[in-house]
Design a protein around this ligand. Structure first.
Ligand SMILES: Cc1cc2nc3c(=O)[nH]c(=O)nc-3n(C[C@H](O)[C@H](O)[C@H](O)COP(=O)(O)OP(=O)(O)OC[C@H]3O[C@@H](n4cnc5c(N)ncnc54)[C@H](O)[C@@H]3O)c2cc1C
Length: 515
């Protein structure tokens, strides 16, 4: 590059006013240019703290003997010479070499950087949310993104599989990103082609069909696998799990007529499956191992109310029921229990929980425990590899609901984009059942111990039950049945660990906004 090409004029010296900056374009990139005591400085205009192009509007000054500009939004200070953030060492912006030549401010042309190759394993909710967050940061031009998905389609809203099963939505309505979405954004999508191998030394992945892709950053978002009980008959046609659109299609093939379904598992997914199949005209029996439905999310009184409401809709229950075997010839015909009872079945849905899908990570010798281990930036033990979603374990916690995954995706995208400052610090579990007409909510930890006390409202006639569990003046958990208008307020009070001493007597009643 010649000397003339190396330096690019961005403005005349007199265009600059001491104390603040101007914005200029350098190779399509916004930069903030300043003049302090006759010396010109140039930084990227993008402030990673406020995530806005604002630094040229900041005021210059001195902090800790360094010339700085204060961001007009969050008031972080960035050193004019180096771009480092004074308050937070994890933040920085690019600082460009400048000179004043012939009355013009000139900035050294940055060398074109090679694009960062980002490969995503898993085209599900968390992985694609992280890609969306990356695009929102306005750094797409720095990345060459390749997504591998095991499922043979674009990306869809998995939460809405229950309404699809129930006939309340069509499969087409729940698509989030169709293949054209990827094409339009220059993202290469390999659908129906899972990654089967990560070669960490050479930084390449290999797919089942033999596609090889190199990466600078790899994002693993392989979700969870449904647990299949190792029962005799588990492989019979008509025994299905409830995780993806193919499972829903398999269930729908067996609905109709006077057919019978047995759902093994009375947790959130099992009950949503039972409700959907019942709406599709099947006779449904739910077999649950415990005394209480959704026992991880509900206490016994709320579980009993839920059971009674579902019974009214025609769903039958076998509680404390341990399945012994699934019987049939060429297709499923019945489910047998340990107490000798048997229930006829044309369809059996196993909804007994999920397990983080870490096979790929384990085969690549990434550190795993119950999930792929990640730190607060969602980085695995290999600095080139990040992981988000149900496949991860963060500070001993694994995840089964999307709210914390959105937070993971947002934070992970920032770090992949190298403008990361936020840290993921875990999440409270908050659940809402999607069975129309039945309002159930639970959040946090509502188990009893000597340090805890419960505030309870029980109105059987209205079918309303509320329990709020306090430890000192803070709420640690809540269960609501029949009236969930306070759900989001309670979720916030739990998440923020707000001192509720002053509002303790109103907690069981609606706030004016909810009433
Ligand atoms: C029926 C149902 C109802 C739900 N309802 C709710 C709800 O009401 N509220 C809530 O918060 N959450 C709900 N959830 C949970 C929520 O859907 C999950 O928390 C969320 O989908 C997890 O996102 P993820 O990206 O980690 O996993 P997924 O969305 O499962 O995505 C992982 C993807 O990776 C693919 N994959 C696996 N291995 C590979 C590989 N080697 N290479 C490439 N791709 C691979 C998988 O096929 C899958 O497509 C529900 C889940 C189900 C199944």
């Amino acid at each position: 590059m010649s000397e003339a090409e190396r330096w690019q004029s961005v403005c005349a010296v007199e265009d600059l006013v001491e104390g603040t900056g101007v914005c200029a374009l350098l190779g399509g990139r916004q930069i903030a240019v300043f003049l302090v005591e006759g010396q010109a400085y140039a930084l990227d205009n993008f402030d990673p703290g406020s995530r806005a192009n604002v630094l040229s509007r900041g005021l210059t000054g001195d902090v800790q003997n360094e010339r700085v500009v204060a961001s007009p939004i969050y008031k972080h200070h960035f050193a004019l010479a180096s771009g480092r953030c004074i308050e937070d060492p994890t933040f920085s912006v690019t600082a460009y070499s400048t000179r004043i030549f012939d009355g013009l401010v000139q900035v050294e042309t940055p060398r074109a950087l090679p694009r960062i190759r980002l490969v995503v394993a898993g085209n599900g909710m968390a992985g694609m949310r992280a890609v969306e967050e990356l695009l929102k940061l306005g750094v797409a031009d720095r990345f060459q993104i390749t997504v591998f998905g095991a499922e043979p389609r674009g990306n869809y809203n998995r939460i809405l599989l229950s309404p699809v099963l129930a006939g309340e939505r069509q499969a087409d309505d729940i698509m989030l990103h169709r293949p054209s979405w990827y094409t339009r954004r220059g993202i290469t999508l390999h659908s129906g082609d899972p990654i089967v191998e990560i070669d960490r030394k050479r930084r390449i992945v290999r797919s089942r069909r033999g596609t090889v892709a190199s990466y600078d950053r790899l994002l693993i978002a392989t979700g969870s696998d449904p647990i299949v009980l190792p029962l005799p008959g588990k492989d019979l046609p008509g025994v299905v799990t409830f995780r993806d659109l193919d499972d829903v299609n398999r269930m729908l093939e067996r609905t109709g007529g006077d057919r019978r379904a047995v759902v093994i598992g009375g947790g959130l997914l099992g009950l949503e499956a039972a409700h959907g199949l019942s709406l599709r005209g099947m006779h449904v029996t739910v077999a649950h191992l415990m005394d209480t439905l959704m026992e991880r999310q509900l206490d016994a009184p709320a579980g009993a109310l839920l059971k009674a409401a579902l019974e009214k809709r025609g769903i039958e229950f076998r509680m404390r029921a341990r399945t012994q075997q699934i019987v049939g010839h060429g297709r499923v015909m019945a489910v047998e229990f340990e107490d000798g009872a048997s229930v006829p079945a044309d369809l059996v849905v196993m909804a007994v929980g999920v397990r983080p899908n870490m096979d790929l990570a384990k085969r690549a010798y990434l550190a795993c425990d119950r999930g792929i281990l990640v730190d607060d930036t969602l980085q695995t033990y290999d600095p080139a590899i990040y992981a988000v979603g149900e496949c991860v374990q963060h500070r001993r916690q694994t995840f089964g609901l999307v709210a914390p995954l959105w937070e993971q995706a947002r934070i992970c995208a920032q770090h992949i984009a190298e403008i990361g400052v936020s840290r993921f610090s875990g999440a409270i579990n908050a659940t809402q059942l999607k069975v129309s007409g039945i309002e159930v909510f639970s959040a946090g930890d509502f188990s009893e111990n000597v340090k805890r006390e419960s505030l309870v409202l029980s109105d059987k006639r209205r079918g309303v039950y509320k329990r709020i569990v306090l430890e000192g003046n803070k709420i640690c958990g809540a269960v609501l049945y029949g009236d969930v208008r306070e759900a989001s307020r309670l979720r916030e009070l739990i998440a923020d660990q707000t001192d509720v001493a002053a509002i303790r007597d109103q907690l069981l009643f609606d706030s004016p906004a909810a009433a």
